[in-house]
Design a protein around this ligand. Sequence first.
Ligand SMILES: NC(=O)c1ccc[n+]([C@@H]2O[C@H](COP(=O)([O-])OP(=O)(O)OC[C@H]3O[C@@H](n4cnc5c(N)ncnc54)[C@H](O)[C@@H]3O)[C@@H](O)[C@H]2O)c1
Length: 82
Amino acid sequence: MNILVTGGAGYIGSHACKALAAKGHVPITYDDLSRGNRWAVKWGPLLEADIGGRGAAARGARAIPAGGADALLGLCLCGRVG
Ligand SMILES: NC(=O)c1ccc[n+]([C@@H]2O[C@H](COP(=O)([O-])OP(=O)(O)OC[C@H]3O[C@@H](n4cnc5c(N)ncnc54)[C@H](O)[C@@H]3O)[C@@H](O)[C@H]2O)c1
């Protein structure tokens, strides 16, 4: 499946993408890199954009590859332990 992962360049998101790819899925990272890292996006394409604000839904829809996304995994909030 194509799985849109918001926050996919972050700590948990990048590990989630790795696990999804290991199961044969294509993780599509949607991340503004405000706290994440480009180098952590290794298992699928990166859409570098803010999920908030005007036009966010349209930007996300345009970025999804042909075939669409089958699921969404949302991990891009800014809470942090420690
Ligand atoms: N790390 C933990 O121990 C832990 C524990 C429990 C829950 N959580 C929750 O899991 C989620 C992810 O945590 P994490 O540690 O991976 O955080 P993280 O900061 O490493 O990752 C968050 C990612 O979201 C991106 N992001 C933030 N705002 C964005 C926006 N507006 N548009 C697009 N991308 C945006 C950041 O660039 C970053 O890559 C958070 O909601 C956090 O509260 C984390």
